[in-house]
Each structure stands twice: as structure tokens, then as C-alpha cells.
Write a protein that binds this ligand. Structure first.
Ligand SMILES: Cc1ncc(COP(=O)(O)O)c(C=O)c1O
Length: 488
């Protein structure tokens, strides 16, 4: 059998190793087929012009590793069952999958197998009132790049973290910022850096909730939180929301199962935008203490308040260890940063720190260092100030445009804070028709309906205003008014 191999006598790799590599590659790529006879060591040595010992050395290794086999009196052959075949088994064909027994899943796995989380469809019309993201064009990219480049010159951020709770200077900067701006009572020792609010919620479920236990939550409310609660087998108790936020009185009505936890967005209820009033805050805290329930306070965009003085965080008003405070840099900076934080009652800290470490060890250190410097040098607060006035201008233009084009036909909700507002609309059109008509005139709007657990007989749209300019907002609302028509 003729067999061409390219060996380089001048290469630093010994010839027997080169020959081994070449033969192994030929077998694995199918150049030499299973059960194919290979040349004898003598003839291969002759044809390649190398010593027989070199060939035998390579053959011996391939024999010992199971690539070749000798059949006594017949010669040397490529094995019919190759070792790498066993290592990299072929993908299972769909037909085979049906005949195999199902994979045993945990309760969590089973829940996920029954669900299909769809990423929310975002409008992409020329003028889209998309909500959720900040204005990326206004981000101080040059400054961020400078900080990143300054710190990436060293290697100090490359190793595994030694602090399980998150980069200590960042925790200190966050604790300082929160106590000054949000009246949160905390030390750096109570702060855990998380992969956004998303992970903070997931960790809290792991350590606080057993499947079947009850969580009360705002209705309408934040969809991602609801999904996380359900994935952990929690029972959901929807609590209505009015213009003063969560209707705390509803919580006090007798329920079959004790409520373990209440999830709230008190600064800017999502999506209605209501602010939980001070009397309700105090009522909620008193209720939680009396019922040994925990409160999960999600303070996702409280930095952006227009006009009113911010009400202190629930956490700062609490005299007991009943509030878990969560914050994020997704709105004030950018969501792909994936940095958020938990402020925990001291007793929960050691448990949550371990849950976090077991889940993903830690966040990238370089970004934590850069963010720390961004905060400590005062850039965060000046960026927030700048963005507050930018968003405020957009917000005022939007409110004016809505009022002048829709007048009595609409009620505007939650416009005093955040990056979005909600509009309740009198119309004979269905929600689908509203979206369709808006789309036809190149305007993207989003419905509030998916955020309800108990469907409400109302037409509500959410308008994000962070990513548009005043002209786009005015044009968009004028076009929308034409498309939707006049009040019924
Ligand atoms: C109510 C609420 N909480 C938190 C977040 C931010 O989540 P994360 O920090 O995981 O990006 C959002 C984002 O839209 C939100 O609407």
C-alpha cells in the first residue's frame, strides 16, 4: 500500500513523534479507515527513508493507545472501534431520542422544561417608545474607556477574587452612596455585589423560599421577578396597585398560607410608575414585622425623580431585619455591565455570600475596579445629574404631546420618576389593533397587559422616553393620535 506522509527531519519534533501525529491524524480524519491494513514497519521505514526503529516506536504507541491492532500472522490494522470515537460520541439523532428513556430532571428542571421564556419582543419602528434601557448615546464612553485602559495595564484583576462578597472598595462606595442618597442604613459588610437584580432575586429565592410557599407581589409587576419566583416553585399572590403603590390593606386580608415574602418596587412601581406613599411604607413594614415576612425592595431606577423629593428607601425606615434592598447599575449606566447589589440584614449575609459564590464564584474584577473609580471620582453622580435633566426634558415633551393630542381620552400614570410612563386609554380598539395601527404609521408602542397576573379590563400602553429626542417624541405621538383615532 502506498502511503504518503510528510516528515521533516530538520524539525525540533523527533521523527517518531511526527510519524505518530501523522498516522493518528490520518486515522481520525478517515484517510485510514477502520480495519484497514497499514504497511509493515519494514516497508514504511523503507518508503519514508527512516529507520525501522522510528516506525516501530510510533506503531507501538498507536497500538497501546488503541488506534491500531495486530492480528497475529496477518499484519497491523486500524482498530474498528477508535478511542476518540468514544471520547467524542456522535450527536444523538432525533429518532434515537424518542426511544430513549427521558432524562430525570429536578423540580426546577421540570418547571423549565414546561416553560419557554421568550425574550420580550421590542418594537423596532422608526420611532419606538421602547422602555428599559438608558440613553446609550449619552454614556461617557471616553471616560469609561480611559478607566478600563488604565486598569487593564496591570494584571492584578486577572486572578480569582479573594473576596466572596464582591470587590470591597466597590461595596464601600455603594454603601456610602446608598446611605447618602437613599437613606439606606448599611455598612459595606451588608453589601453583596450581584450579576444585576436578576441574580439578586434568584439568590434570595434559593435561600428564603421552599416550593409551594407564598410570595405576594405587585399586580401589574415586573415580569422577570415573577418568572424567577415561579421557577423556584413559589405560589404567587397578586396584590393590586393604585396611585399610591401597592395596596397594603389587601395584604392584611386573611389568606390560607402564610406570606413569606413581599416583592415591591416602591420608588417607581413597575410598570404603573406609582410611588409607594409614606403611610403605606410604614403600614407595610409594620405588617411584615407582625407576620415575620420579608420584604424584597427593588429600587431599580429611583435615581431618576423629577420634582418631588425622593422618599427614603423602605430599608432605611425599617427598625427590623425585614427588608432586603436591591439596586442595579442597569439604568444609571448600562445593562450589559451586569452589576447590581444586595443590601442584606446582617443575619442573612453569610448565607447569601455562600449562595452567590456557589452560583458563579464572582463577577469580573476589572469592571468592578473601573466602576469603583467611576463612583469614587464623582462621575456616577454627575452622570446621573446630567441624565436626570436629559430624561426630564423628554418626559415633559412626552406628557405635553400626549395631553395635547389625546386630551381627556387618556390618563397618564407614573410620570414623576424613571425612564417610562404609563398611559390608560379610552378606546374601542383592542390592544392588538392599537399596536397594529401604531406600527402601520411607523410608531412602536408596548402594552402593559403582559405585566398583569390578573387581567385588567383596561387599555394601557407603556411609553419609554429615554432613547428618543424631543422631535421624535412629538412626531411619534402626533402620528399615533392619527392612527388610533378619536375617543369613543
Ligand atoms: C423592576 C425592575 N427591576 C430591575 C431591573 C433591572 O434588572 P437587572 O439589574 O437584572 O438588569 C429592571 C429592568 O428593566 C426592572 O424593570
Amino acid at each position: 500500500m502506498d502511503f504518503t506522509l510528510s516528515l521533516d527531519p530538520n524539525a525540533p519534533i523527533p521523527l517518531h513523534q511526527q510519524l505518530y501525529n501523522e498516522l493518528r491524524r490520518s486515522i481520525l480524519t478517515g484517510r485510514l479507515l477502520p480495519q484497514q491494513r497499514i504497511p509493515s514497519s519494514r516497508s514504511l521505514a523503507k518508503s519514508l527513508g527512516i529507520s525501522r526503529t522510528t516506525v516501530t516506536q510510533s506503531y507501538d504507541r498507536l497500538l497501546s493507545e488503541g488506534y491500531l491492532e495486530t492480528i497475529h500472522g496477518s499484519g497491523t490494522y486500524v482498530c474498528s472501534q477508535l478511542p476518540d470515537e468514544l471520547l467524542h460520541s456522535a450527536p444523538i439523532q432525533p429518532a434515537d431520542r424518542q426511544t430513549q428513556p427521558p432524562i430525570h430532571l429536578s423540580q426546577y428542571g421540570n418547571y423549565l422544561a414546561r416553560t419557554s421564556i421568550q425574550l420580550q419582543k421590542e418594537p423596532n419602528q422608526p420611532i419606538s417608545f421602547r422602555y428599559g434601557s438608558p440613553a446609550f448615546d449619552c454614556f461617557p464612553l471616553k471616560l469609561w474607556r480611559r478607566l478600563l485602559s488604565r486598569h487593564s495595564r496591570t494584571t492584578q484583576w486577572m486572578d480569582y477574587a479573594t473576596d466572596m462578597q464582591g470587590y470591597h472598595p466597590l461595596r464601600a462606595a455603594i454603601a456610602q452612596y446608598l446611605s447618602r442618597v437613599r437613606a439606606v442604613q448599611c455598612t459595606p459588610e451588608q453589601v453583596i455585589i450581584t450579576n444585576g437584580t436578576q441574580q439578586a432575586l434568584d439568590l434570595m429565592m434559593r435561600i428564603l423560599i421552599e416550593p409551594g410557599e407564598t410570595i405576594a407581589l405587585e399586580d401589574p409587576g415586573y415580569l422577570s421577578a415573577r418568572r424567577i419566583f415561579l421557577s423556584h416553585g413559589a405560589r404567587l399572590l397578586p396584590i393590586p396597585v393604585d396611585e399610591a403603590g401597592l395596596v397594603v390593606e389587601t395584604l392584611t386580608k386573611p389568606v390560607a398560607e402564610p406570606i413569606r415574602l413581599v416583592y415591591v418596587t416602591p420608588s417607581h412601581q413597575f410598570p404603573t410608575g406609582a410611588t409607594l406613599s409614606l403611610p403605606r411604607r410604614l403600614e407595610l413594614l409594620a405588617w411584615a414585622m407582625q407576620h415575620h415576612a420579608m420584604i424584597l425592595e427593588d429600587d431599580y431606577d429611583s435615581e431618576f425623580r423629577y420634582g418631588d423629593r425622593p422618599i427614603p428607601a423602605l430599608q432605611g425606615l425599617s427598625q427590623a431585619q425585614s427588608v432586603i434592598y436591591m439596586g442595579t447599575f442597569s439604568k444609571v449606566l448600562f445593562p450589559s455591565l451586569r452589576i447590581g447589589y444586595l443590601v442584606l440584614p446582617p443575619d442573612l449575609v453569610p448565607i447569601a455570600v455562600q449562595a452567590k459564590w456557589l452560583s458563579d464564584r464572582h463577577l469580573p474584577i476589572l469592571e468592578q475596579i473601573v466602576l469603583t473609580e467611576f463612583i469614587v471620582e464623582g462621575h456616577l453622580e454627575s452622570h446621573i445629574r446630567k441624565m436626570r435633566s436629559f430624561y426630564d426634558q423628554n418626559r415633559q415633551v412626552l406628557v405635553q404631546a400626549l395631553q395635547s393630542h389625546f386630551g381627556e381620552q387618556i390618563t397618564i400614570l407614573g410620570e414623576k420618576a424613571g425612564l417610562h410612563l404609563m398611559v390608560r386609554l379610552q378606546t374601542n380598539l383592542s390592544d392588538e389593533e392599537l399596536v397594529q395601527r401604531a406600527t402601520q404609521v411607523g410608531v412602536g408602542v408596548m402594552l402593559a397587559r403582559p405585566h398583569y397576573l390578573v387581567p385588567a379590563d383596561r387599555h394601557e400602553l407603556i411609553f419609554g422616553y429615554s432613547e428618543l429626542n424631543p422631535t421624535q417624541i412629538q412626531t411619534g405621538i402626533a402620528q399615533l393620535a392619527q392612527a388610533i383615532g378619536s375617543p369613543p
